[in-house]
Design a protein around this ligand. Structure first.
Ligand code: TYD
Length: 139
């Protein structure tokens, strides 16, 4: 079971250019997993909260492609909030952490690269179940 110490902000390659900057991500190179799925969250009304669950298996990289938002991560013992507001770094989250996204700015765009296909069974929506999952996994 991974704790908060295993979360990393990953600096992505950046090619600054007067014509506009360019960044990119290669699986198993800049991030430690193969990308099975990509999704993005956009048009978030002010004050809305996304996430609020844990994944048993999914590892992910979250990038603020545009605008800004916060990601609060909880390992069952402690919580930490990361503010994402640049498209040249991402937040790497291993599996088994509770996470929530909030404080989305107007026109923000959150890109999520996932190590798994979408599986409803991978979600833990109940916080107490999450705590049991953490305890069980740490035995
Ligand atoms: P969900 O992951 O619950 O959103 P959030 O964590 O941001 O609150 O997903 C919302 C809905 O979208 C849910 O009904 C399932 C669906 N969905 C897919 O079908 N495929 C996907 O890859 C994702 C991420 C969600």
């Amino acid at each position: 079971m991974f704790g908060l110490e295993s979360i990393r902000l990953i600096d992505l390659p950046k090619f600054p250019d007067p014509r506009g900057n360019l960044s990119f991500i290669e699986q198993e190179n800049h991030i430690p997993f193969k990308i099975k799925r990509t999704y993005w969250i956009y048009d978030v009304p002010g004050g809305e909260v996304r996430g609020g669950h844990a994944f048993k298996e999914q590892q992910e990289l979250i990038v603020a492609l545009s605008g800004s938002f916060d990601v609060t991560v909880d390992d069952g013992k402690a919580m930490q909030t990361f503010s994402l507001n640049r498209s040249y770094y991402g937040l790497y989250l291993p599996a088994g952490l509770w996470r929530q996204m909030q404080n989305f700015s107007t026109n923000s765009l959150a890109l999520v690269l996932s190590s798994t296909a979408y599986q409803n069974e991978d979600y833990i929506h109940d916080y107490n179940e999450f705590l049991r999952f953490r305890r069980h996994g740490e035995k």
